[in-house]
Design a protein around this ligand. Structure first.
Ligand code: KG4
Length: 332
């Protein structure tokens, strides 16, 4: 069965075509240039950009897959969580197309896309596994026991890790998106230059990044007050190491508590090289298998939505044209 998948939860308009769980095309149109001058995503502008991009992006995905709309047997679209104005563009487009074409439609929880993205790779983990989803809006650990069974193990009590990366980039004038900018500069810095805090190091598998963010802000303002140059690379490296330590150790703890043999990453921050290296090393030490999606399947994409949608369809979870988008995930 050929699946058309659509993702528009934040600032990327994305479409993909899958043959069941095999990706035939995966197109992403970034709004980066539109939001860059504002230092972050402007929801109203993002919705308008989705409206302009949705048809061209869907057409490009169909063309790249060598498939016509007549051949599509299922439409899968992100239903939530995300910016509602943005979600409504892709989700309403998908429902309308399904209605007109008389084909089934599934609404996909964006988090399940990140939790299953690893199954788009050649080397797939068996179930069950412990998954860390770490992005701009989410930092959560889940037990995944099948493509439709997810249990929350822990989550951030305040900011998401990606949000902390973005805020630190803003404090240091590194531009947006902040994660890759901080990570690149961190490569030139010393990770032990500043002793930033690792919160909730008490055996809990919840996260907290707001204290870390404040510690970085305080450190930056001390340099500014003394009219000294801010050692940006050292701050980035020390901050990144504090985030990576927390994410890695809590993921290992969660996997061991669940008795899982496998650890999986997902979400934009999973593209971070320091995190990827450290979690692989720690998993090897703990005799756990570690599975990392390629960076294009870490950040927002429609291929993962198509895959999660395919499994929802197999489970019989189609939606009607009255289904609504949601801003918060019921899983989290
Ligand atoms: O999954 P994603 O594309 O969108 C959301 O659903 O949030 O994740 C975006 C987040 C942003 O906060 C971005 O700064 C962060 O992922 N990110 C990174 C890296 N690449 C993206 N953070 C750290 N290191 C990276 N290499």
């Amino acid at each position: 069965m050929l699946i058309l998948a659509i993702e528009s939860s934040c600032d990327d308009t994305a479409a993909a075509v899958l043959d069941n769980d095999r990706v035939l095309s995966n197109v992403i149109s970034s709004q980066f240039a539109v939001h860059a001058k504002y230092g972050g995503v402007v929801p109203e502008l993002a919705s308008r950009c989705h409206i302009e991009a949705i048809w061209p992006v869907v057409n490009e995905a169909l063309t790249a897959a060598g498939v016509s709309l007549d051949e599509i047997g299922l439409i899968a679209a992100t239903q939530g969580p995300g910016l509602v104005g943005c979600l409504l563009v892709g989700f309403t487009f998908a429902k309308s197309l399904a209605l007109v074409r008389q084909i089934p439609c599934v609404g996909v929880d964006h988090l399940t896309g990140h939790l299953l993205a690893i199954l788009l790779e050649q080397e797939k983990p068996a179930f069950p596994y412990t998954a860390l989803v770490v992005s701009g809006g989410t930092s959560s650990l889940f037990a995944v026991s099948s493509p439709i069974e997810f249990r929350l193990l822990g989550r951030t009590r305040d900011d998401a890790a990606g949000e902390a990366f973005d805020k630190v980039a803003k404090m240091l004038d590194l531009g947006c998106p902040g994660g890759p900018a901080v990570s690149t500069l961190a490569e030139q810095g010393r990770a032990d230059a500043f002793a930033f805090p690792r919160a909730l190091a008490d055996g809990s598998v919840d996260f907290s990044f707001s204290g870390l963010k404040t510690a970085v802000a305080n450190q930056v303002s001390r340099f500014l007050q003394q009219e000294l140059p801010v050692p940006k690379a050292d701050i980035c490296a020390s901050f990144e190491q504090a985030v990576v330590d927390a994410l890695t150790e809590k993921t290992i703890t969660a996997a061991k508590r669940c008795g899982h043999q496998r650890v999986v990453l997902g979400g934009g921050v999973a593209a971070n090289n320091t995190l990827r290296r450290q979690i692989c090393t720690r998993c090897a030490e703990e005799r756990l298998q570690c599975f990392l999606p390629s960076p294009v399947f870490c950040t927002d994409n429609a291929a993962m939505i198509g895959l999660a949608g395919y499994h929802q369809f197999v489970a019989g979870n189609t939606i009607g044209s009255d289904a609504d988008a949601f801003s918060r995930s019921p899983l989290n």
